[in-house]
Design a protein around this ligand. Structure first.
Ligand code: ADP
Ligand code: TYD
Length: 205
């Protein structure tokens, strides 16, 4: 089963992936979690280019194609082989991130995004996508709280994040079958319970 997690930065994706991975392992399921951009040696190198603050003037299309290149490698090297071996694959971001960030947030046109997304994934669609939805204000609050060094993309302004949030909600409405929108303002435990509840509706876990 292929499960993806989406949402803006600091929405709580990695926290929830960790909890779900622990839960599935406690049920003796085969599980692997991966992150985008990254997850393979080549993809991690592409990640470094993407997030490097020294790369000041990266064009939106350059950015999009690099994310896509990283994704193709991860999909073929890790995700597809693990799915064939009946693993639960938990992925921190997938092509919906490109649609939301580079499409709705950036200036890359959506038609090209949809076309390249198909190429970059070999048309592999997640079985279920959890969108953890937080507001831009909550993003700012959490950012101040953790006070971590920002990467190149996190340096973008609040208006950009608002567009990404709106974009994600639009994508979820266009893909109702696989999307589950989770209220990210709930506590970590409540969100974990919500995720399990939805997962159990489609798979015995
Ligand atoms: P992401 O992977 O989406 O960037 P993280 O899981 O790393 O997000 O969480 C970002 C920050 O928000 C962390 O400091 C984490 O402890 C905190 N956090 C995660 N989930 C919640 C929640 N439900 N409520 C409040 N803070 C949260
Ligand atoms: P990530 O490491 O998931 O950051 P975080 O843990 O803060 O959510 O992703 C790095 C950044 O890359 C993040 O700001 C989102 C962005 N991104 C895109 O803009 N497009 C994409 O296709 C992907 C996968 C990520």
């Amino acid at each position: 089963m292929f499960i993806t997690f989406e949402g803006i930065d600091l929405s709580g994706k990695s926290t929830q992936i960790k909890l779900l991975e622990e839960y599935l392992k406690s049920k003796n399921k085969k599980v692997i979690s991966v992150r985008e951009p990254g997850g393979t040696v080549i993809s991690e190198k592409i990640r470094d280019i993407l997030l490097d603050k020294k790369n000041l003037h990266m064009e939106y299309v350059t950015e999009f194609l690099l994310f896509s290149a990283s994704r193709y490698q991860l999909t073929n090297e890790i995700i597809i082989p693990k799915l064939k071996k009946k693993y639960f694959v938990l992925c921190d971001r997938y092509y919906d991130s490109s649609t939301a960030y580079q499409g709705f947030g950036g200036k890359t046109d959506l038609k090209s995004i949809y076309r390249v997304n198909k190429i970059a994934t070999g048309k592999l669609v997640p079985d279920i996508t959890f969108l953890i939805n937080i507001t831009a204000e909550e993003f700012v609050r959490r950012k101040k709280l953790i006070n971590k060094d920002e990467d190149r993309i996190e340096q973008k302004d609040i208006a950009y994040y608002k567009k990404v949030i709106k974009g994600y909600l639009k994508i979820s409405r266009n893909n109702k079958k696989r999307f589950v929108v989770i209220d990210g303002s709930k506590t970590i435990d409540e969100i974990h319970t919500d995720i399990l509840k939805h997962l159990k509706k489609i798979k015995k876990v």
